[in-house]
Design a protein around this ligand. Structure first.
Ligand code: AMP
Ligand code: AMP
Length: 338
């Protein structure tokens, strides 16, 4: 354990940083939260955060990488890296980064993501390239929209045409709107063990879409209500046991194809398949997040599924630290970072 103290697990102060740093401490690492002035006081509250580095902005990490020299840092990315730092800046970071940066290009381009997931045999919502192709309700996603803001519904082609008339062509994608139950599946692929672990699932609590059912439709008629998907938080989910073999199969297919498109290592570490289960019990995936998702925060200190593998609490954050610890012990850290 003591040897791990010579390495520092560092991450941006937001999203799932508490879970990542708590897990790092449990595995014997030193911990560092990289914060803005606004977030620093939050991370100073917790005893497992050894140090807080305050930057003027998250983007400044690229210019301030030197500040981390000497602490033997390993950066663990989460959703805020792409959201706040961007892909290009994330790639410019030279501090050892847990994961395969090649995957970023496939993850952040909706078209590339579709190529990847379809090649893995996953069902995805149909995409329409013109109004003429619209034969069902659709969801319109503005490019660059994050966290479900910047999405809207159109019930048919006529409404789609009316609502997109003033929008630049090519500034959005159009997808079949799936009516079913959204589910987020949390995985961890271990390169060291060559094993896919299913660590849990969550559902998101989104405003205002998850509250529309509180008012009868008669009361909603005439109100200027636009469904939105802005995430408020997450709730843990146990999935039907009879579907678990499918859950593993989906994850393993995605990992197998990732080795072909991002050779040789492909996708490893934490990732999440995000989709909707329709009443015919089909799981259609609308997105992959190729690193830890914030929905895993509900599984602190552990989840029912992590408990099936580990005789001790194991969050996704701790699982990442365990993988790094095992790699350091085996002299294989270089295989897991870049
Ligand atoms: P933040 O650092 O909170 O701005 O989040 C970065 C990205 O992760 C945004 O796209 C958020 O919508 C997403 N995100 C943050 N927290 C959660 C959460 N609890 N569940 C799902 N997504 C989240
Ligand atoms: P995302 O930004 O891709 O995480 O999506 C945000 C939310 O939009 C999801 O949690 C779903 O509730 C919803 N959503 C995304 N794609 C679809 C779709 N094709 N059909 C129905 N709802 C969707």
């Amino acid at each position: 354990m003591g040897a791990m103290k010579s390495y520092t697990i560092a991450t941006l102060g937001s999203h799932s940083a508490l879970q990542i740093l708590r897990g790092a401490r449990a595995e014997g690492f030193a911990t560092l939260a990289i914060c803005t002035e606004a977030s620093a006081s939050l991370y100073r509250r917790y005893p497992f955060v050894d140090d807080v580095l305050v930057l003027p902005t998250y983007q400044a990490l690229v210019e301030r990488q030197g500040d981390l020299a000497g602490v033997n840092a390993i950066l663990v990315p989460h959703g805020s890296f792409v959201a706040h730092l961007g892909v290009e800046r994330t790639k410019q970071v030279r501090i050892p980064y847990f994961g395969n940066k090649q995957v970023l290009d496939w993850e952040t381009d909706r078209h590339a993501q579709r190529v990847w997931l379809e090649r893995a045999g996953l069902r995805m919502p149909r995409e329409m390239r013109s109004a003429a192709e619209i034969d069902c309700p659709v969801i319109v996603k503005l490019h660059g929209a994050r966290g479900g803001s910047g999405y809207f519904f159109a019930r048919d082609a006529a409404e789609f045409v009316a609502r997109t008339a003033s929008m630049a062509p090519g500034s959005f994608t159009v997808q079949e709107a799936l009516i079913g139950a959204p589910v987020y599946l949390h995985y961890f692929y271990s390169l060291l063990e060559e094993r896919l672990e299913f660590l849990g699932a969550d559902i998101r609590y989104e405003t205002n879409v998850d509250s529309l059912g509180r008012l009868p439709s008669e009361n909603q008629i005439g109100l200027p209500i636009e469904p939105s998907f802005v995430v408020v938080g997450n709730m843990p989910l146990g999935v039907r046991e009879s579907t678990l073999h499918k859950v593993y199969h989906l994850g393993e297919s995605v990992v197998a194809v990732s080795r072909l498109i991002c050779p040789p290592r492909g996708l490893f570490g934490a990732f999440c398949l995000e989709g909707i289960i329709t009443p015919d019990e089909q799981f259609s995936v609308f997105e992959i997040s190729a690193r830890i998702v914030a929905g895993t925060n509900v599984a602190l200190p552990s989840s029912p599924y992590a408990d099936l593998y580990y005789g001790e609490p194991m969050s996704t954050g701790r699982r990442i630290a365990r993988e790094l610890r095992n790699a350091i012990g085996a002299g294989r850290l270089a295989d897991l970072v870049e």
